[in-house]
Design a protein around this ligand. Structure first.
Ligand SMILES: *[C@@H]1O[C@H](CO)[C@@H](O)[C@H](O)[C@H]1NC(C)=O
Ligand SMILES: *[C@@H]1O[C@H](CO)[C@@H](O)[C@H](O)[C@H]1NC(C)=O
Ligand SMILES: *[C@@H]1O[C@H](CO)[C@@H](O)[C@H](O)[C@H]1NC(C)=O
Length: 317
């Protein structure tokens, strides 16, 4: 369940979390087993590397050549049991065509539509994650859908997670004929269905994961928000029975330095609430969420992902 970092002070400018999440999802879809609730990456073997050096010695080449070769091509084909997708780097590759844009995908909110909103550059769409030890296959919508056959995938969290959900839908929807797919959007719960696959890709709105008085409708002033840090039950009943759950929560906790935390019921308004440092409240809230996961989720049935910190996304001038 990822260690929840508890940052202090202002929003850190972490731009990686959202992107890391994408490759987790890609890794997931190439993983044969949905058997563990926690991502456990075994350390990579270096079969290819060993094979290579044996060959090089036979060819009687210099050590320098060997080193160069080791750097260039000791990566092997992706195998989820042997390759850690958590270790790698971003590489720029202008030669592949992104699978969708906000002009081709009908499901992207205006809020996330960079091109429609006038972003002129497009380089940002050409970065791809390259694990250190293996070569990731390119994302295939049909393979992804096949993996999801008969399953429910649900993204849970704030608007960043809604963006991830829409992106995922956009990555697969264009291979499905119009009358074989549907989209039902609700206030809290939205569902994209791939009918022939009997698969759903869903989103559930819970910006803090725990309950708050600002889930629906949103309260603009962070000082008026009260979080029920000891309970997820209002939301979690929607998470039961889902095969793959992808959570996030972070930025909403950090929109002020203090958070009004409540134990028990909202009935008495702010009475009984306690002001906590945002980081402390975040820690308690995550503990509440993690306890629910541990006590409810069967690791052999449901796979759980969690994204911690997310990038700031303030207006750019
Ligand atoms: C860039 O993408 C193309 C198309 O998928 C691929 O053939 C090529 O190997 C990639 N280049 C690098 C450096 O990964
Ligand atoms: C469709 O998927 C659901 C789980 O999401 C499952 O309960 C149901 O049995 C499936 N139906 C068919 C016809 O496969
Ligand atoms: C999953 O694990 C639980 C408890 O360990 C067990 O009761 C259940 O039969 C298992 N289910 C499957 C599908 O293996």
């Amino acid at each position: 369940m990822g260690t929840a970092k508890t940052p202090r002070g202002r929003l850190p400018l972490s731009i990686v979390a959202i992107i890391i999440f994408i490759f987790f999802m890609i890794a997931l879809l190439y993983t044969e087993r949905f058997s563990s609730s926690i991502l456990k990456f075994k350390s990579c073997s270096r079969r290819a590397s060993v094979a290579k050096s044996t060959k090089s010695t036979r060819d009687d080449r210099t050590t320098e050549d060997d080193l160069k070769d080791a750097e260039v091509d000791d990566r092997f084909e992706f195998d989820p049991n042997e390759c850690s997708v958590a270790h790698g780097k971003w590489v720029f590759n202008s030669s592949f065509k992104p699978l969708y844009s906000d002009r081709t995908c009908p499901y992207l909110d205006r809020q996330f539509a960079c091109v429609k909103n006038g972003r002129p550059d497009s380089d940002y769409r050409h970065w791809e994650w390259q694990p250190d030890d293996c070569i990731l296959p390119r994302f295939s919508p049909t393979i992804a859908l096949e993996k999801l056959r008969g399953k429910r995938l649900m993204f849970v969290g704030d608007s960043l997670q809604r963006n991830q959900w829409e992106s995922f839908v956009c990555l697969v929807e264009f291979v499905i004929p119009e009358d074989h797919k549907s989209m039902k959007r609700g206030r809290s719960h939205s569902v994209f269905t791939a009918k022939e696959y009997n698969a759903t890709i869903e989103f559930y709105w819970a910006p803090f994961l725990v309950e708050s008085n600002s889930d629906n409708p949103i309260i603009g002033d962070p000082k008026k928000r009260i979080l029920k840090v000891d309970s997820v039950s209002k939301h979690s009943k929607y998470w039961v029975g889902v095969d793959i759950l992808a959570f996030n929560t972070y930025v909403w906790w950090m929109s002020s330095t203090k958070i009004k935390a409540l134990w028990g019921s909202f009935a008495n308004g702010e009475d009984g609430s306690e002001e906590l440092d945002a980081a402390v409240a975040y820690q308690i809230g995550l503990k509440t969420w993690a306890n629910w996961i541990d006590s409810t989720i069967q690791p052999n049935k449901t796979r759980v992902f969690f994204t911690t910190m997310s990038p700031t996304h303030a207006r750019h001038k």
